[in-house]
Design a protein. Sequence first.
Length: 228
Amino acid sequence: MKRSEINAALKEMEQMIREYRFAIPPFCNFTPEEWKEKGHDYDEIRDNMLGWDITDYGLGDFDKVGFSLITIRNGNLKMKDKYTKSYAEKLLYIKEGQYSPMHFHWSKMEDIINRGGGNVLIRVYNSTKDEDLDKVNDVHVHVDGREMVVPAGTQVRLTPGESISIYPYMYHDFEVEEGSGPVLLGEVSQCNDDNVDNRFYEKMGRFPEIEEDEAPYRLLCNEYPEAK
C-alpha cells in the first residue's frame, strides 16, 4: 500500500469513530514524532502490537480487499509472565465494497459486535480435518445468546448492536450489506496474535508492504521505534 492510502484510511476511520462517539485510548493519537520520545513505560503497546492496523492482505487493492482496525488491549502468549491478560479488544472499520477474506483462528475465540453504522454480513463455514471449507455440514452459531443452526456458507447479518461468537476453526469472512453504509465493529476475544493465529483459506499476507509516498500520519502497530 502507499503511505498516502494508509493515511487516508486512518483519517476515515477516525471520522467514523468521532461520528459514533467511541472514545479511543490516548496512544492512538500519538504522532510519529511523539513515538520517538516514548520510553519503556510504553513497552506493553510495542510488545503486544496495540494501536493502528491497516491491511490490504498484501493484495494491493485496499478498497476491495482490506480492513482498518485498532487493537485497544491485548495480552501476549509469548510473554505470559510479563503480560498476564488473557483477553483482547479491537475496534474495526469496514466500508461498502470492501471484503475481509475467509479465514479462521486456531486458538482465538472472539465475539464480533456491530458498534454502529450499516449492516455487516459474516459468512460462516466449519473447517474439515484438513482445514478445507466444510461445504456440507451445518454451522452452529451464537448471536447475542441465541443459538442457531445455519447451512454452510450462510451470511449472518448483524445490524447495529448485534454480535456473533466466532469459535476456533470456524471459517468466516466479512462484507458490508450493500446500501447500508460503512460499519464500525468491535471485537472482544482471547489473546490475539496475528502473526501466527490466522489461517487464510487462500494464501495471502497480513501486514502490507508500504510505499513511502508521503510522511506517516500515525504509526501502525508494527512500526514503533525502540524505546529510548
